[in-house]
Design a protein around this ligand. Structure first.
Ligand SMILES: [Zn+2]
Ligand SMILES: [Zn+2]
Length: 386
């Protein structure tokens, strides 16, 4: 068994010639751009969640025809620099009386991508675009994905915006019959939050970056052991085999605390707070932490992966493109810089100020103000030696 780093949620913004696939993702986020970034980030395997769209599948077929990608063992698609892509699909579902939520399907190889596309095309109005509403019961979608040899995960489960728990549903509401199911924490939650929620059940926890641009690939990812870098790693993740999830401190996340839309303010009182302290009639966006702490705790013990905090280097002061290239050539990858390189190595290759920024992040840098209502937590520049 070897250790791999897997980003289980990266979007494909557009085709190489600029036709949009994931609305809201950058047009620069093409298949070749994703492949170019993976080695810099230290990502071994990356699930691209828009390859089941008509345009995404077209990009995949073209990449295989031109040699940008080659089909590898275990349902992986290998790029020239060694990183492996796994076909995936993010899609939206809705149950009566609740807001929409997202699911992630993973499938092996070109055939798997074609199967995802077949399922998606039947259920949506515009299969060119990603994350469209699928007019199919989630349980039926799960069955279709499984009979195509794929695996399913709940996307950003706690997020009030299109997360299953965030819109007030449970796994029993959406997917009452399931064997293997992954559950993505989302950027505003971590393992510590999931540990306090019984509704998580036996789902395999996973951390995905939900990257909408090249710079956010790998901002959250999973470390696990496996035989080969391919589809089976995603199955293992959905089965609870993540050893460590690397991700942001949830207080940086956009939906960490409850936010009042009328007062335009994030609540500050200890969680859970699910209404505006000034006026209970104000409309709020419930925070992930607040929602989680108001749910029932687990009735029994289960295993949980470790969680290690990281911030995207772009959020730390002094990490422009030149510094990031220096990391790639001198330290190997950004993951190495963030988690593995010694203090001496960091100081020697990046200088004292940048080394200090990484060291303070490792010590658990917290935002000066938590995120909420769609606003990121604000990063406070560390004071020297703090
Ligand atoms: Zn989503
Ligand atoms: Zn997404």
């Amino acid at each position: 068994m070897k250790r791999y780093l897997v980003d289980s949620h990266v979007h494909l913004g557009a085709t190489e010639d600029g036709a949009p696939i994931k609305i809201g993702a950058g047009r620069t986020l093409t298949l070749s751009r994703i492949l170019g970034r993976l080695p810099l980030r230290g990502v071994d395997v990356c699930a691209v969640v828009d390859l089941g769209t008509t345009r995404g599948l077209g990009e995949l077929e073209r990449a295989l025809a031109t040699g940008l990608l080659a089909e590898a063992e275990d349902g992986g698609l290998r790029g020239a620099e060694g990183a492996v892509l796994v076909p995936a699909l993010e899609a939206e579902f809705r149950l009566p009386g609740a807001g929409p939520f997202h699911l992630l399907a993973y499938a092996p190889g070109l055939d798997g991508a074609r199967e995802l596309h077949r399922i998606y095309r039947e259920g949506v109005k515009n299969p060119n675009l990603s994350t469209q509403r699928v007019h199919m019961a989630p349980q039926e979608f799960l069955r279709a994905v499984e009979s195509a040899g794929g695996a399913l995960a709940v996307a950003h489960a706690f997020t009030p915006h299109r997360g299953l728990f965030g819109v007030g549903l449970t796994l029993e509401d959406a997917l009452p019959e399931r064997s293997l199911l992954g559950l993505e924490l989302g950027l505003s939650a971590d393992v510590e939050i999931a540990r306090q929620v019984g509704a998580v059940g036996d789902c395999g926890l996973l951390g995905g970056s939900d990257a909408h641009g090249p710079d956010t690939i790998g901002r959250e990812m999973n470390e696990l052991q496996g035989e080969r870098p391919g589809f089976s790693l995603l199955v293992r993740l959905c089965g609870g085999k993540a050893e460590t999830i690397f991700g942001m401190h949830p207080a940086f996340g956009k939906y960490h605390r409850t936010y009042c839309l009328a007062c335009a303010r994030t609540v500050e009182a200890p969680a859970p707070v699910l209404s505006c302290p000034a006026d209970p009639h104000h409309r709020v966006v419930p925070g992930v932490l607040d929602r989680a702490l108001s749910m029932a705790p687990p009735e029994r013990q289960r295993g949980y992966p470790a969680y290690r905090y990281q911030l995207p280097l772009g959020l730390l002061p002094g990490f422009g493109p030149a510094a990031r290239r220096a990391i790639a050539t001198r330290l190997g990858s950004e993951h190495e810089a963030l988690h593995a390189a010694s203090e001496d190595e960091l100081r020697a290759s990046l200088g004292d100020a940048r080394a200090e920024a990484i060291l303070s992040m490792r010590r658990g840098a917290m935002p000066s103000r938590p995120g909420g209502g769609g606003h990121w937590g604000r990063y406070a520049r560390p004071t020297h030696g703090a």
